[in-house]
Design a protein around this ligand. Structure first.
Ligand code: SF4
Ligand code: SF4
Length: 743
């Protein structure tokens, strides 16, 4: 369903709020002063709507969710009025409930789904026990309740028996999150509050869960509050969106109105900063400045230090709410001028020397070059531990990487995309010498790196030279930086080792200038800090500088922006590209997000490689891979990527037949995608496709689908897709019962 098809107009025409929040504030007393993490919020949540609540980290999203359930933990102080109006006409004053009433309210009226399914389940109890204990704790009939549990699990395309019998660690992240949604609905609540419910999941799983939520909402007559930092994600499901900034809602209205013509300067800036597949990349710019400290929120309009429209009125007077028509409310004195002052199609001139990026290099330049890194038929098969009953059989092996060829050139960028468990990280680590392949070869400038490591090379190149040339930047910089060393020690170490011509003063100058260059100013403030004294974005910058100071030729950047807020991702990717130019290096960039992949590959003239179950199923320039995908799996990733354009019609029916990725220890025969592919025919289950040239504009665009070959026997082979399958088909034994490795 697209947002334009939502029933919001019907909803507002008969306003019937299920939850009403008035003057609600959450504060914490701190030594530095009072920290207000929700500030005088008024909000009506309409019955049967999906309200999307969007905001950056630390904007008050989770506090809003906790307040709705009166679940703010000590020493937080919640005050104000929250009223719950049940479907049978009863009203509850939520902040005045007794302990027993509150327990019933939280599960039987308004239920909650948190982000981390793993921490919501007890690891030593099977899933069924969680359902049974919840039913017993609320004096529900266990037999009837478990019938409902099975139905809910089936509605979420899970094999109910299998899931109920499993322990949490035996399920993949997507299965656990769906089981948690089923658990939250077991006592038939009227409203569901979901706090970043899909943040830890892949795009395909996110999109699949969003589709399932739309079905659940209709089937169980639910009201849903969906909280996220990811505006495009919520655009697909929400009837209305509320935008939080500095602990208060600054804009609220129907989703398509906000996406088409946001009235608040912050919302417009947030939309412009969001990587997506549709807008020209020159349009995407970060939101300058940073969000305020909760102890020190600016007077007047809290956005004024970052707002290009700010004037004296904004500094002196707290704005709004102003009625912007069409059911929209905006907290901005100058909302009528926001569209004119912050146009959505304002381009950055990439030829401007001050612009953060160079113009993209032609990818076809690569043809004929000698690669820096060359992977030839690389395989990485991990043996899984076998149980007693498997004693007489070969131990099962996870084919994490299975026969991949890939060349990386000087100043090149290759972005690997795919679901968890598809082999992205294993391939990346193998490429930079952190994982020994079990088959094939990895060459650095013509030398097999493992021969050099084992002392079997010709002696012209050392292992330490190769190690220096191939660096890694991790997803979680906090764990990659030594917590006991200050920034100056962390950053001067590579200079000491690889630049012995520099003395202590030179090293200090070099580190200072790099800190300044990456926006950590004044650098003196950061020079002697420990990693824990930095934000996540700042830690990522330090990790990046450290890698660059080694003067590497290739950097494996493993999901370097996925932990950052959407609004910071463009800024970090711009920085990566700028440093790439400065240090003349190449990136093997890993992302589960096609929008980020497109941004970095398009700006650098790089390529996108799509991995599925250890195989590279498509590779090519971003323009071709995104706008003319050849492999049905790439088409599914494209479908799963949220759109920002409400006019863009999204296919309602999912282009995958199974939500869950198959068991990597036992991948399907023939084309590994055939169990999920809507185009699969008999030949796909019997024969393995080769790598074929795509009939598109680029000679670098290749894929592994029979449909790319004219006159292939595929075209006369019978379909294996059941015509009665709707959307995701049905839970199948071919789906994994095991958790794919989090790679
Ligand atoms: S009130 Fe002023 S500072 Fe605040 S968003 Fe509007 S124009 Fe910007
Ligand atoms: S080879 Fe067959 S199953 Fe594989 S992607 Fe192509 S059509 Fe689908």
């Amino acid at each position: 369903m697209t947002v334009s098809e939502t029933d919001y107009e019907r909803t507002v025409a008969h306003s019937d709020p299920i939850l009403q929040m008035r003057d609600t504030t959450v504060s914490f007393g701190m030594e530095r002063g009072e920290s207000r993490v929700l500030d005088n919020v008024d909000m009506d949540i309409e019955r049967n709507e999906v309200l999307g609540v969007v905001g950056e980290s630390g904007s008050g999203k989770s506090m809003f969710a906790s307040a709705l359930l009166d679940a703010v933990v000590e020493p937080g102080h919640l005050r104000g009025d929250i009223t719950y109006n049940s479907g049978d006409g009863e009203s509850l004053d939520v902040l005045e409930l007794s302990k027993a009433e509150r327990k019933a309210y939280r599960w039987e009226e308004v239920s909650m789904v948190f982000q981390g399914a793993m921490s919501s389940f007890n690891p030593v109890r099977d899933i069924e026990t969680h359902f049974v204990e919840t039913l017993e704790a609320h004096d529900y009939d266990v037999g009837e309740g478990m019938e409902r549990a099975r139905q809910l699990l089936e509605d979420l395309y899970l094999d109910a028996d299998r899931v109920l019998d499993s322990y949490p660690h035996e399920l993949s992240g997507g299965m656990k999150q769906r089981a948690l949604i089923a658990l939250s609905l077991i006592l038939e609540p009227e409203a569901l509050v979901m706090d970043e419910p899909t943040a830890a999941l892949d795009l395909l799983m996110q999109r699949s869960i969003i589709s399932l939520l739309e079905n659940l909402k209709e089937r169980y007559d639910l009201t849903i509050v969906f909280i996220t930092h990811d505006l495009p994600l919520v655009a697909d499901i929400a009837d209305r969106v509320g935008v939080l900034y500095a602990f208060e809602f600054v804009e609220l209205g129907p989703t398509d109105e906000i996406l088409e013509d946001a009235a608040h300067p912050y919302t417009r800036k947030l939309l412009k900063s969001t990587p997506n597949l549709e807008s020209p990349i020159e349009n995407m710019r970060p939101v300058e400045g940073s969000a305020p400290d909760p102890v020190n929120v600016p007077d007047g309009c809290s956005f004024h230090p970052r707002c290009p429209l700010a004037d004296d009125q904004c500094i002196e007077t707290d704005p709004g709410p102003y009625d912007a028509g069409e059911g929209r409310f905006v907290h901005c004195h100058h909302w009528e001028h926001a569209a004119e002052e912050i146009p959505m199609d304002e381009f950055t001139d990439l030829d401007d020397p001050g612009a953060p990026n160079r113009a993209a290099r032609e990818t076809t330049d690569r043809v004929g070059e000698d690669p820096v890194l060359s992977l030839d038929d690389v395989k990485v098969h991990f043996e899984k531990e076998s149980g007693f009953l498997d004693f007489f059989e070969d131990p099962p092996a996870v084919k994490a990487v299975d026969g991949i060829d890939l060349d990386i050139y000087e100043n090149d960028v290759v972005v690997l995309v795919g679901e968890s468990g598809c082999g992205k990280t294993t391939l990346g680590k193998t490429a930079v010498g952190l994982q020994r392949p079990t088959g094939g070869s990895v060459e650095y400038r013509g030398d097999d790196i493992w021969d050099v490591r084992d002392g079997n090379g010709d002696g012209s190149r050392s292992w330490s030279e190769i190690r220096r040339s191939l660096q890694i930047v991790h997803q979680d910089p906090g764990s990659a930086l030594n917590p006991h060393r200050r920034n100056n020690k962390i950053l001067e170490a590579p200079l000491k080792r690889w630049h012995d011509d520099l003395d202590g003063n030179d090293r200090r100058q070099r580190v200072m200038s790099m800190l300044e260059h990456v926006g950590m100013t004044p650098p003196e403030d950061y020079y002697e800090r420990y990693p824990h004294q930095l934000s996540g974005g700042e830690q990522q910058r330090v990790a990046l500088i450290r890698a660059m100071l080694m003067n590497p030729e290739v950097i494996l950047a493993d999901e370097p922006v996925s932990a950052l807020d959407v609004s910071l991702r463009v800024e970090m990717m711009d920085l990566l590209i700028e440093l790439q130019n400065m240090f003349d290096t190449s990136y093997l960039f890993i992302s589960h997000d096609l929008s980020n992949a497109r941004y970095i590959a398009e700006r650098t003239g790089g390529r996108i490689g799509v991995l599925y179950l250890g195989e590279l199923v498509e590779i090519g320039p971003p323009e071709q891979v995104i706008n003319d995908p050849q492999h049905p799996y790439t088409q599914a990733l494209r479908w799963a990527t949220p759109e920002l354009d409400p006019a863009e019609e999204r296919a309602e029916e999912s282009p995958i037949r199974e939500i869950d990725i198959p068991d990597p220890t036992n991948p399907p025969s023939g084309c590994r995608y055939h169990t999920r592919c809507p185009e699969a025919r008999e030949v796909c289950a019997e024969q393995t496709p080769g790598s074929y040239d795509a009939d598109t504009a680029s000679p670098l665009h290749r894929g592994t689908c029979f449909r790319m070959v004219d006159n292939h026997e595929y075209w006369s082979s019978p379909s294996i897709v059941d015509e009665d399958e709707d959307g995701f088909g049905s839970p199948s034994d071919e789906s994994a019962g095991t958790a794919p490795s989090d790679d």
